[in-house]
Design a protein around this ligand. Sequence first.
Ligand SMILES: C[S@@+](CC[C@H](N)C(=O)[O-])C[C@H]1O[C@@H](n2cnc3c(N)ncnc32)[C@H](O)[C@@H]1O
Length: 407
Amino acid sequence: MRLRIDGLAYRGFGVGRHEGKVFFVPLAAPGDEVICSIRKDHGRYAIADMLEVIRPSRERIKPPCPVYGACGGCQIQHIRYERQLFWKKEWIRESFQRIGRIVDLCIEDPMPSPREFDYRNKTSVHVAGGLVGFVRMETRNVVNVEQCLLLEPELKDCYHMVREWVRWRGDRPDSYRILLRNATSGEGLVVVHDPRAGEQELRRLREALPGFLVVRPGDHATMGHSCLSTQFLVAAESFFQINSSMHEEMARLVGQFVGHGQVLVDAHAGVGWPSICLSSQFREVVGVEISRRSVDLANMNAKNAGATNARFMRGTIGGIVRKRKLPTRPDVLILDPPRIGLARPDLKAVLALKPSRVVYMSCDPVTLARDVAHLVAGGYGIDRVKPVDLFPQTFHVECLTVLTRKG
Ligand SMILES: C[S@@+](CC[C@H](N)C(=O)[O-])C[C@H]1O[C@@H](n2cnc3c(N)ncnc32)[C@H](O)[C@@H]1O
């Protein structure tokens, strides 16, 4: 079937229409004319595989990665970077319209990443049946990958050494995972999630990776990241933004959005980013975080930074508000939930807390639009929507939304 692609859907699929049916075509670019065949028919729409590009779009470029398409980690590497930013903005607009029923919203231009490649400071390497690489989301199969262009240069070298080490260990029937993280301090962490790896084997990996701490999962290792002169201890399992090249710029932007005031509450505080960086703008900073380990590190990070007005407690915003452990009507509430967005009790707690301003940092436009619609229905107006491109070459998009309580 011949198809003209006229859009790009969230998740990076090209979109074309034929006889009233919508076709989603992975790896097609808007403006392409393609030959494709139906992979899965869902009635009103179908997923189709691109067999040939008859006329390439001006948005299309030759993807530099040799395993692009097979690996699945990147979805829009075949599209020019400035057009990636355009489509990400469109996905946010479309989510607010379709899911949040919020129209006529001014979505600002995305802040581009200074690095289009070489930006990831973290990756999970999968080993299975002699293959070393990444897991394809849809199939869960491991794809053998020689090199990942998204990784920071230090992590590329580390990835190479880890592949060599796996090869040296020899073919094994088992499958396992190795986590690689690189920090701005020059330290790195390698966590080998294979209980069968012996001490001698780990020693060999340590010798090959002098800048990295090679540990097992329960070893409680930390590494140091710095952002705007604040040092953060980060544990292997702690969340920390994966694009270090945008971290400071993003903290400055959040700092501008939160402004100054008496009380700042951070509802998904992680190890204290960005609230510790912003603590001088408030009299009191209170962070809430579900992970015990992250709470401990956040309190330690606040202490090390001399942020005596900042404290972190374990829980969810819903639970903490119910127990009346937070100052009511804070000036600002930062929300930065995982992709699934806010749970109902947490959303209710946000409205009960009545913060004057909410800064919602989201990595999923769908759940962002859903939650913002609830906040709007609860009496908030949207001031700004600013995408930040933390994840070039992929469909992932970070977006900051600022809301103010009316009346
Ligand atoms: C996207 S991360 C953001 C962390 C931090 N703001 C940062 O950027 O480094 C989300 C954080 O929320 C925590 N979390 C997940 N669900 C939560 C919940 N229901 N209540 C509080 N924290 C939660 C996770 O452990 C994680 O640290």
